[in-house]
Design a protein around this ligand. Sequence first.
Ligand code: CA
Length: 240
Amino acid sequence: MSKKRILIVEDEADIMSMISLRLKSRGYEVYGAETGLVGLKSIVELQPDLVLLDLMLPELGGLDLLRQIRSNKKYTRIPILIISALGEESDVVVGLELGADDYLSKPFNMSVLVARVNALLRRAKVDTNEINVSDSQNDKGLKSIVLGNLRIDTESYQVFISDKQIILTGTEYRLLVALLNAKGRVLTRNQLIDAAIGNDAIVVDRTIDVHLTSLRNKLGKMREIIETVRGVGYRISQEV
Ligand code: CA
């Protein structure tokens, strides 16, 4: 099997070499780009399997690079992991909305980085994920989403925990389905508002928090599956 190619777009030499060494030791083929513009060219030339993207970059910022990559059909499927500095949460939110897959804030633990990289590559490969959210059909032929003891019949809109039905509002139901379908990716508040309430409703960010609190309460012992990502949004926790 050929080695997976990872492109690191990062202008800080120390961080670049640290990440690069670790990923090489894990058997990846690693390339570096020290500016956004070089990063963009490298993506086109190398067609990497995954991109690690710093946001504050010379020549072309990380968000602009992301915008250009995601606007080209050829590159929409390359997993992109943002590596951001502390205090760049609002840029991270924009990055996720532009189509980045995940993010880590500096300083990060190298093992966590490797785990995230592995997870993104696995997800890209099978287009499912390590969290094991599965689409299946129950005995009545209804389509369902299953995660641990949680089961959602997506045709009858019924939600069960350990086969006991729980009653959700329409908004709570759509939030839960959106999070499950994201399969561990972080969804920003705006993305959740779009998914659950619709673009045309005027909603403040905090409304989503209220719906999520209520949803968590109804999930009872499974409330932990919804993880708050501080300053950014929510995701389905991987520890189920
Ligand atoms: Ca930087």
